[in-house]
Design a protein around this ligand. Structure first.
Ligand code: ZN
Length: 227
């Protein structure tokens, strides 16, 4: 089975559409979403609709939980809080229903760091753990009691056969690893290989929509830098 994995879309519709188009060029069997569909960006309703239509599995991220009221917005400082409040106001009933009903609550995905999650997989003895949240594409492999890996730039290929691995696909809609292109991950669960991909999208268009919506300038400016 081939699976495309996306995470941290953050209401960036143009980034999501670019990723979905790239995925469709070689359609996988399933699409999995690790959460944070909304927050920060200007198009929450359209991103929820696209993920509701396309994803076979969808976790709820901390921004999704905040917008639907499951996390106190007081926990969101600065620009994240401003954007979460704006998202609450503009979120339409269908998108609210999707975030409430279909996006599954994570057990620990959003509360722990990648390092703690990695210890968790080592203890849990599962072959593969997928996490989002940090907006940094990451591959960490545990083989013969040795830990290897780190940041996973575009084109990184990981052999998963016979090892335990923790992978973060990076962010579709707000990358923070100095590469502003939208990130996603392809998994081949027959040959046990993972492939980290990046795709260009119209950053300026998303930035314009954010400025038009009155979202914080810092959130718009960071998109072109991948920070
Ligand atoms: Zn996020």
């Amino acid at each position: 089975m081939r699976v495309a994995v996306v995470s941290d879309i953050h209401s960036n519709l143009h980034a999501l559409e670019a990723v979905l188009a790239a995925i469709d060029a070689e359609p996988p069997d399933e699409l999995w979403c690790l959460g944070d569909i909304v927050g920060y960006g200007p198009r929450p309703n359209e991103c929820c609709a696209a993920i509701a239509e396309r994803a076979d599995v969808c976790l709820a991220g901390n921004h999704d939980l905040a917008v639907r009221g499951a996390i106190d917005l007081a926990e969101f400082g600065g620009e994240a809080g401003v954007a979460a409040r704006w998202t609450r106001e503009v979120l339409e009933p269908e998108a609210q229903e999707f975030l409430h009903g279909s996006a599954r609550d994570p057990v620990w995905e959003y509360v722990l760091s990648d390092q703690v999650a990695f210890v968790t997989i080592a203890l849990a003895n599962v072959p593969l753990v997928l996490v989002g949240h940090s907006h940094v594409a990451l591959q960490i492999v545990l083989a013969n009691d040795e830990v290897e890996g780190g940041v996973a730039p575009a084109g990184t290929e990981v052999e998963l056969d016979g090892v335990q691995a923790l992978l973060n696909p990076g962010a579709v809609g707000q990358p923070r690893d100095n590469d502003p292109r939208a990130a996603y991950l392809l998994l081949d669960l027959d040959s046990w290989r993972a492939s980290f991909r990046r795709v260009e999208y119209d950053v300026a268009r998303t930035q314009r929509e954010m400025r038009d919506a009155g979202l914080p300038e810092l959130l718009a400016a960071r998109l072109e830098l991948g920070l």
